[in-house]
Design a protein around this ligand. Structure first.
Ligand SMILES: [Zn+2]
Length: 302
């Protein structure tokens, strides 16, 4: 190459580098200003330190985010005006060992009625993190869950990981759809939810901090779990395996337990395992309750 050609190559390279640096500065500048709004003493609260989050600490963290006024930083913050709930976050320590049985992915017209019958028989209250269904049988099940004293909470409308975790906006759009369905069917506006796949999963690594902060800012409380029934680990997990997973998981540690189970399509074995699970947990000294805003969330490291 001639000297002139070399000069051209160098000039173009310098321009490209400047443009890239400028783009990075703008991108991280926006992110930084957002996090600055959501931070305390300059840095975002690092919940990964809180494996075993105590109730006072959880209350403090939730109250903090709930008080953050970040409106205007990102477009989604001024959208979805119906997605705000009043919440006091007064998490309190309960007497004795409490087990919170939770069922995701329902209602399902075959599985959910059996689960509800069993809960009624043993006079046990539980929590249902539901998906969007519009059939008359499923709409009746949303109502039955409420009428029988259980907690009806949001899981997701579509349960489509790629879609809902593509952006905070996409998540809120999905969340609004299921919230409206629950509200129009039962008259109750849900305040609790569970992220599909948990609050941190391989689909939401890019956005989970922003997403968690935004949901708390809107007043919602989310629950991961500290015991898994393993009922979704393969297509058909046996009744004895599901029962064993829950009873073993709950026998460890003295903290309250939030147990992950599923009542969606194909989870008949979970429904069949439920009587044995309840009897076993009673023997371990547990009482049962639905989740409400006094229960400190089990949270994966934020
Ligand atoms: Zn799910």
């Amino acid at each position: 190459m001639t000297v002139k050609q070399w000069k051209q190559v160098i000039t173009i390279s310098v321009i490209v580098i400047i443009v890239v640096l400028l783009a990075l500065t703008i991108f991280f500048g926006i992110r930084y200003s957002h996090y600055a709004n959501l931070s305390e003493e300059g840095s975002i609260i690092d919940l990964s330190e809180y494996d075993d989050i105590d109730t006072r600490e959880a209350t403090r963290i939730f109250k903090y985010f709930n008080s953050v006024d970040a409106e205007g930083t990102f477009d989604y913050q001024s959208k979805y005006s119906s997605l705000y709930v009043d919440n006091d976050f007064n998490f309190v320590d309960k007497e004795g060992k409490v087990c919170y049985l939770t069922f995701d992915d329902g209602p399902n017209k075959n599985v959910t009625p059996q689960v509800l019958d069993t809960l009624k028989k043993y006079d046990v209250k539980a929590t249902f993190f539901v998906v969007y269904r519009d059939g008359s049988a499923e709409r009746a099940l949303y109502k039955r869950i409420v009428e029988e004293g259980h907690t009806l909470a949001v899981h997701t409308a579509s349960h489509n990981y790629t879609k809902i975790y593509s952006s905070v906006d996409a998540y809120l759009d999905d969340f609004e759809r299921i919230t409206k369905q629950i509200e129009s069917t039962t008259g109750i506006k849900p305040t609790l939810f569970r992220f599909p796949g948990g609050s941190i999963n391989s689909y939401n690594m890019e956005i989970y901090r922003e997403l968690v902060a935004e949901m708390i800012r809107r007043g919602y409380v989310y629950y991961d779990w500290n015991v898994s029934s393993g009922d979704a680990s393969s297509s058909r997990v046996s009744v004895s395996t599901i029962t064993k997973n829950v009873l073993n998981g709950c026998s460890k540690g003295s903290d309250d337990k939030i147990v992950l189970m599923h009542d969606g399509s194909g989870h008949g074995n979970t429904a069949d395992a439920l009587p044995g699970i309840i009897e076993g947990l009673k023997k371990q000294g547990y009482t049962f309750s639905g989740l409400d805003n006094t229960v400190a969330p089990a949270m994966f490291g934020f």
